[in-house]
Design a protein around this ligand. Sequence first.
Ligand code: ADP
Length: 826
Amino acid sequence: MTGQRSSKHHRNTTGGRITIGVLTDWIEQRYQAGIYMGIADVAEKKPFNLMTFPIGSLREPYDFISQRNIIAGLVKHAHLDALIVLSGALSNYITYQELVSFIEQYRPIPMVSVGVPIQGIPNILTDNKKGMKDALAHLIEFHDCRRIAFIRGPEGHQEADERFQAYQQALSEHGLSIDPELVMHGDFYWTSGTRAVNELMDTRGKKPSHDFDALIASNDFMALSALKNLQDRNVQVPEDVAVIGFDNIEETSLIIPPLTTVGQPLYEIGEKSARMLLALLDGKELPEETVLPAELIIRQSCGCLSRAVLNICLNIPENPAPHPEKIMNAWFSKLPEYAGIGPEEPPVLQLLENFTNAINEDCDHRFIKNLNNILQRHGQANQRLSEWHDILSHIRAHAIAQNADFPDVSMRIDRLILQAHILVGDWERQVQCNLANYIESHSVTLSQVNAALISTLDLQAMMDVIALELPRLNIRRCYLVLYENPEGGELPEWSRCMLAYDERRRFHIEKTGIRFTTCQILPERMLPEKRRFALAVFPLFFQELHLGYILFEIEKTVPRHYEMLRHQISSALKGALLLQQHLKTEKELARSNEELEQFAYIASHDLQEPLRTISSYAQLLNRRLSDRLDEDTELFLNYLTEGARRMHTMIHDLLIYSRVSSHIKAFQPTDLNRLLQHVITDLSAVIGETRTQIQIETMPTVLCDSVLFERLFINLITNAIKYNKKRTPKIRISAVLKDREWTISIRDNGIGIHSEHHNKIFGVFERLHSRSQYEGTGIGLAICKKIVERHGGRIWVESTEGKGSTFHFSITTTDEKSSAETGTPE
Ligand code: ADP
């Protein structure tokens, strides 16, 4: 007895109802979903609320999964009355001690641990050892295997170690030696099964059927991947090597050949853990350990034929075999686990009575009809029907034994049983089709939801999509929470609830969400008080970025879409948040640019006045004292005047730069041929002095601000003249139209620009030469860039040092006529 009582623990009732938490790694996999179904059944009957936390394996090293662990921090604050911890599922990557201290943090909440025994709290364990030993005994005694390879689970993991010990014990109990060369390490994950076979066959050079005739893995994932690896190598399973797994996950019955495995009574584990917690809350004492049996589930991968096929040949039972009624009752008692079908009066006796009547009366169809009804009901619940073949074989064997002296009756028995087998086969097919149909329509809905989500980059619109689409997937309640300033791996202090709906209504929530402290999980009074809930908290994250979490109402038979939705919503959210961030930065940037321009304008404007004073008084001094000045003073005064002049130019350029964006003249169709004539006239002095030759091709008419465009050409042409050492600088100005966009080019035969500076030169104050080489402020090209961008185009340069430069800029044409008029070839 643990002696654990919970009467002192404060009960946190919601609407007078208690809430039990479930702490697990995932919820959709068969092991976890099977246990959950048992818990959920009790929750419905009692009733109590459920709050599940699928926090991922603790510190799992793959695919950012450990990011999920963050929501473990919410468990303490969830006002739970009791907690079921699937400790086996959580602890694949941590030591036993680490698991114990992890669980410690939740005391004094009354707890039950499933899978790994924790001192001081009641534990539900499976007899792993017996299950594994049964599997080995089956291989050794029934299939005569002698060299059995083994893939271990993570070392230090309680269940994994137990399964390995069982392997060692079973071998020695059968007088077989343990060959360490046949033992491989694994970590319970898919890839480690593949790796183990590579190690066994490639590294250690073991040959199938010769060096090893069977392979057992300590869980199904590793067994399935090992089996696939063997088949890829053309090793026949089970002829060359028999394969057995552990856990009985769903995929084991769906592959070829179906995998023989050891099943845990998952539903029973869940049901028991919930009932134990209720007893604990009532102050009852519980045993520290409750051990449930594990069952060997024989399929074909070990070399057996399907039981259904074998049992057809069941003959008159020599040793009293179980009566069909017993077998049927046993099967019916498992139905909740397999299909979530509620308790029903097993119509076993009725069915057997129908059968007895039918074998005596040729035209009595009640047996087939009754069986048909049962099959339909079970089929609708997506329940496995294959067990019926087994039940029918037993019914047949018993009936034949009882009527051995009546050949007529025996014939009728066989005919009736054959009909029944065909009926079962028909319904099995129907169930498969139904399932395939369900999966297809479900995945269509899922992909529609996904498409709707990813095409919505606005956060608010995304909340609308979720509220609209998720009910289509039968998600009756959903609450979405975003962290505020999520930094580091810790839960942030504040969060915002952005969306909340239940089956009755969608809560009205402002665009900015409802702010609350994260440890509350949801804002006050949001959880239903009167109605029972079964919610699961899924973390929302994108790689390293924690976004928040989403609570879904979970169905009892857990469908496999919560994780996919979680993932889709996380990705969509990340996109929306990125865009929001981008727009915010853009806005801030635009504002600060505006402020900067404003500042530059005011500063340059106001600076001109004192500058003029300095320069005029320097000139005045120079003039007045010209004959009395010594050489040095005259030089200093000249520096002063020259400095003031340069500063004047710089301020002038800066003023132009800052005015480009505020220049609000409407764009007019402008004939660039005429505009360039003005520019050339303005620059005629410098053109003449430098003997520059300028060739201008036919230019188009474009929509632009002519004052700004004049400035643009002046800057580019003066640069083309200035950065040129040739006796005759040559400039060619041309225009090309492509895809409704003009590219205007100004080519020179000047000094050229090294490619590493091609982008840099368009920045403010970026110069490649000292003032003693070339006069300038470094603002000219920045002005050009601003002008071009204001017209929706871009500017760039093509140049090789020493071989001249060509500056190009683009401008879109919205006016068909402008291009047609110029006649410029496209
Ligand atoms: P500034 O001419 O006042 O220095 P700009 O912004 O007009 O400033 O030009 C920036 C730099 O780009 C110049 O310093 C020069 O090194 C280089 N540059 C500009 N135009 C040309 C050109 N046509 N040929 C070679 N270099 C050029």
